[in-house]
Design a protein around this ligand. Structure first.
Ligand code: NDP
Ligand code: MG
Length: 389
């Protein structure tokens, strides 16, 4: 590719599971990508090592006390930004592309800041679409930003939609697959004995702790239905979920003339990350797939909606709209660490979310600032309520 300038890339959440796999993609194409901006949050040493390897011009850390630590471990002198305002500054750094790999709505101000500035956003984070999907998609349309999903199911839907020229009238419905998580088939009467270590042990994917627990409860699939509704402007009754324990088929669309177009691949996030970073091109990947015979033995089941009541609760909040998906997501973002710290049981995560929803049902939000404020208020409320129990 002599003579073609490399694509300048920023990665928010570079120290995490998706962030480090996005680095693998950049390492695979060293002449075609140039990393210019990165953020971490708590992992200062990991961030310093990444910065030393890729030498981005701008680096953001979570808090001021990390600046001296990271400087001590870096062998060059980039601009260092701090905290929430630092993330926003990083998101508006001049670059061709931004990968958003922060977990949770902490990414929302940065995503909103990036949309008018960065022409191409590879979005792994789903919580921002759950909390502010209609506003984000309106901004994306207004600014002509290219927003490409990284989440494997949404990347799969996106690739299937290309086969019908992104014409939704040609689709009868879309199906997102769910692995079922580590507790698929387990007796629900034993769910209260589930330990954090068991919940973190996902059968097919190696991911960050929050999404691993979300997969164990099936909150993740509920969030993904809401994500798909916004990303693809798809009516709720045209988005289905099936459990597919092998995680080979990531999603499919059924066309109005009866074809089922499925996207298949080994469960490895580097494929959808590379696709989102190289779209609309396809670059020869070093991350090789096994042949079709290695992917055989595929099974599909209806989800167990009684054992995993989070799935319908999330979808119900998504359909209700208004503040409900914001409150659901915020309460879940607190419930997961409460479970991981041993403060609530596995099913206690459901009760924690369920109890908080009514308290906010009558509220309204208009702007993104309102959403950010409500998200913080709900998180404080759930945290305080649980510290008093
Ligand atoms: P990780 O927990 O592995 O990484 C999260 C990243 O966000 C880290 O870089 C972390 O920094 C940073 N971070 C955490 N909290 C904050 C905060 N308050 N402010 C700024 N930065 C913060 O998460 P994953 O990589 O697993 O997931 C990232 C997103 O991608 C999630 O929304 C998830 O749902 C989605 N996703 C993930 C998949 C996966 O396979 N992991 C698959 C599909 C979607 P530090 O580590 O330095 O503290
Ligand atoms: Mg997914």
């Amino acid at each position: 590719m002599a003579g073609v300038a490399p694509v300048s890339v920023g990665i928010l959440g570079v120290t995490g599971s998706i962030g480090t796999q996005a680095l693998d993609v950049i390492r695979a194409f060293p002449d075609r990508f140039r990393l210019v901006a990165v953020s971490g949050h708590t992992n200062s040493l990991g961030l310093a090592a990444i910065a030393n390897e890729f030498r981005p011009e701008r680096v953001a850390v979570g808090s001021a006390d990390q600046v001296a630590i990271i400087r001590k471990h870096m062998d060059y002198d980039p601009v260092i930004e701090v905290g929430e305002s630092g993330l926003v500054a990083l998101a508006t750094h001049p670059m061709d592309q931004l990968v958003v790999a922060i977990v949770g709505t902490a990414a929302l101000p940065a995503v909103v800041a990036a949309i008018p500035h960065v022409p191409h956003i590879a979005l792994a984070n789903k919580e921002v679409l759950v909390a502010a999907g209609s506003r984000i998609m309106a901004m994306v349309r207004a600014h002509g930003t290219r927003l490409i999903p990284v989440d494997s199911e949404h990347s799969a839907v996106f690739q299937c939609l290309a086969a019908v020229d992104f014409n939704r009238d040609r689709i009868h419905h879309m199906t997102l697959t769910a692995s079922g998580g580590p507790f698929w088939g387990r007796d629900p009467h034993t769910f209260d004995t589930i330990t954090p270590a068991e919940a973190l042990r996902h059968p097919n994917w190696d991911m960050g702790s929050k999404i691993s627990v979300d997969s164990a409860t099936m909150v993740n699939k509920g969030l993904e239905v809401i994500e798909a509704h916004h990303l693809f402007d798809m009516a709720w009754d045209r988005i289905r979920v099936v459990v597919h324990p092998q995680s080979i088929v990531h999603a499919c669309i059924e066309t109005v003339d009866g074809a089922i177009l499925a996207h298949m691949g080994r469960p490895d996030m580097r494929y959808p990350i590379q696709y989102a970073m190289t779209y609309p091109e396809r670059w020869a990947t070093p991350f090789k797939q096994d042949g079709l015979t290695a992917l055989s033995g595929l099974e599909f089941f209806e989800p167990d909606r009684d054992a995993f009541p989070w799935l319908d609760l999330a979808i119900c909040c998504g359909k209700a709209g208004g503040v409900m998906p914001i409150v659901f997501n915020a309460a879940n973002e607190v419930a997961v660490p409460l479970f991981l710290n041993g403060q609530v049981s596995f099913m206690g995560m459901y009760d924690t979310i369920r109890r908080i929803l009514d308290a906010y049902a009558a509220e309204t939000v208009v702007t993104i600032a309102d959403i950010i404020e409500l998200d913080k208020r709900v998180k404080n409320h759930v945290t305080i309520r649980n510290s008093l129990v």
